[in-house]
Design a protein around this ligand. Structure first.
Ligand code: UGA
Length: 438
């Protein structure tokens, strides 16, 4: 059997660690270079600094093939293919902050025979400008489409692999394609700028789908339709598809908010007003606050009320709090005078500093005891298994707003809880609307 290409990975964040562990599992020797020494020490001890299902097992299983170091020279000595997996957070202007990418490129230099494979999400045009400054270093754009919480599964079973190169770098592109070949996914080989745009456009499109269904949900609330039924009926049309049609408290995380903003700014910087994307972003901001009006239909005031938040992370199976809807919601609730008590199965540590006034409970039930209202913010599976009759007895006022349309309304209502969701008025409310129209 042929020896597999050694791989270098710069950045031991979420993308870097998943990429490194999965390539090691495919048989590559992988050197991961991370600038934070504490992280490297922890990884060498076998501690994984992020919550991502299956990742710790994968790292442990492939320990022999994985090296963690702070030393760029060690990576450059070992590998020809260098995957750049560093953060590109938004700047104050909304553009992507490329300083971590630039630092990595400066350290790599311009060595002949090596290829830089860009995994970080960068503005269209970044590849060409890096290529101009480092003419001997081949450059491949290979955007990642992994979702947090299912990243290992997504890596091993991708829908597609996108590989972008400009003329002269075809060989490096083929080497990257060969590394992904065992996964059997369709490979889209294209030019640099198009590959960069595929990434931004894909995330912007998915975000658009979410904002669209959220607006449909808001109309459903008014006209007595149930958005989950509407989404089911829409999604069976293969031109629409069922995924990313879950209405709720809006999208968060490190990707959609940042990438929609970055694409909007990219367009704006060249004089194009991306009207649709502006609306997608605005709808999402308002959606995070929608629960407030739901609460106010049942409670006169939130002053001195105790509100339980079930879930804090931006989605289940992660402890990532970046752009989580819970952050906006907690501030709004506190601003209205409420005391917020929260429970999240894994994000408590990540959330504590960001939400200094929120009381962290040891369990969902602890958060709910004595609460005047509860909001389901993150659809952790364990919340569906709660004994709602018991919850109804323990809450001071049994009112629940399901911000993710996650629970079975009949079960929760049967337990004696007033149940509100997003775009799912009760059958009683729906027939009231219909009668009023008659
Ligand atoms: C997203 C993309 O799905 C990945 O393909 C991409 O690689 C990644 O961004 C990235 O650019 O790195 P991720 O942010 O991990 O992945 O999470 P998603 O599962 O896409 O969810 C994003 C947000 O949208 C979450 O807050 C989720 O609750 C929300 N969402 C998702 C909805 O509100 N409704 C839906 O129907 C789906």
């Amino acid at each position: 059997m042929n020896e597999k290409q050694p791989i270098g990975v710069i950045g031991a964040g979420w993308v870097g660690l998943v990429t490194a562990a999965c390539f090691a599992d495919l048989g590559h020797r992988v050197v991961v270079r991370e600038i934070v020494p504490g992280k490297v020490d922890a990884l060498r001890r076998g501690e994984v600094p992020i919550h991502e299902p299956d990742l710790p097992e994968l790292i442990e299983r492939n320990g022999q093939r994985l090296t963690f170091t702070t030393d760029m020279a060690e990576l450059l000595d070992a590998a020809q293919l260098i995957f750049v997996c560093v953060q590109t957070p938004p700047t104050h202007s909304g553009d992507a902050d490329l300083s971590a990418v630039q630092r990595a490129i400066e350290e790599i230099g311009d060595p002949e025979g090596k290829a830089l494979v860009m995994k970080s999400t960068v503005p269209v045009g970044t590849g060409r400008s890096i290529r101009r400054d480092a003419p001997d270093l081949a450059y491949v754009s290979c955007p990642e489409f992994l979702r947090e919480g299912t990243a290992v599964r997504d890596f091993m079973g991708p829908d597609r692999i996108v590989i972008g190169v400009d003329p002269g770098d075809e060989r490096a592109g083929d080497e990257v394609a060969a590394a992904y070949e065992p996964l059997g996914a369709p490979i889209v080989q294209t030019d640099l700028a198009s590959a960069e745009m595929i990434k931004l456009a894909s995330n912007a499109y998915l975000a658009t789908k979410i904002s669209f269904i959220n607006e449909i949900a808001n109309v459903c609330d008014q006209v007595g339709a149930d958005v989950t039924e509407v989404a089911k009926g829409m999604g069976l049309d293969p031109r629409i598809g069922p995924r990313f049609l879950n209405a709720g408290l809006g999208f968060g995380g490190s990707c959609f908010p940042k990438d929609t903003q970055a694409l909007k700014m990219l367009a704006g910087n060249i004089g194009y007003h991306f009207q649709l994307l502006n609306s997608v972003i605005e709808v999402n901001e308002l959606q995070k606050r929608r629960v407030m009006s739901k609460l106010s239909t049942h409670l006169d005031s939130l002053v001195d009320k105790r509100v339980a938040m079930l879930g804090l992370a931006f989605k289940p199976d992660t402890d990532d709090m970046r752009e989580a809807s819970s952050l906006v919601l907690a501030s709004r609730l506190e601003g209205e005078g409420a005391t917020v008590v929260a429970f999240d199965p894994v994000a408590e540590d990540a959330a504590r500093e960001l939400l200094p006034n929120v009381k962290m409970a040891g369990s969902a039930l602890d958060a709910l005891v004595g609460a005047d209202a509860a909001i389901l913010v993150t659809e952790w599976p364990e919340f569906a298994a709660l004994d709602w009759a018991d919850v109804a007895k323990r809450m001071a006022n049994p009112l629940l707003v399901d911000g993710r349309n996650f629970l079975d309304p009949d079960v929760v209502r049967a337990a004696g809880i007033t149940y509100e969701a997003i775009g799912r008025p009760s059958i009683a409310d729906r027939s009231a609307v219909t009668k009023a129209e008659r």
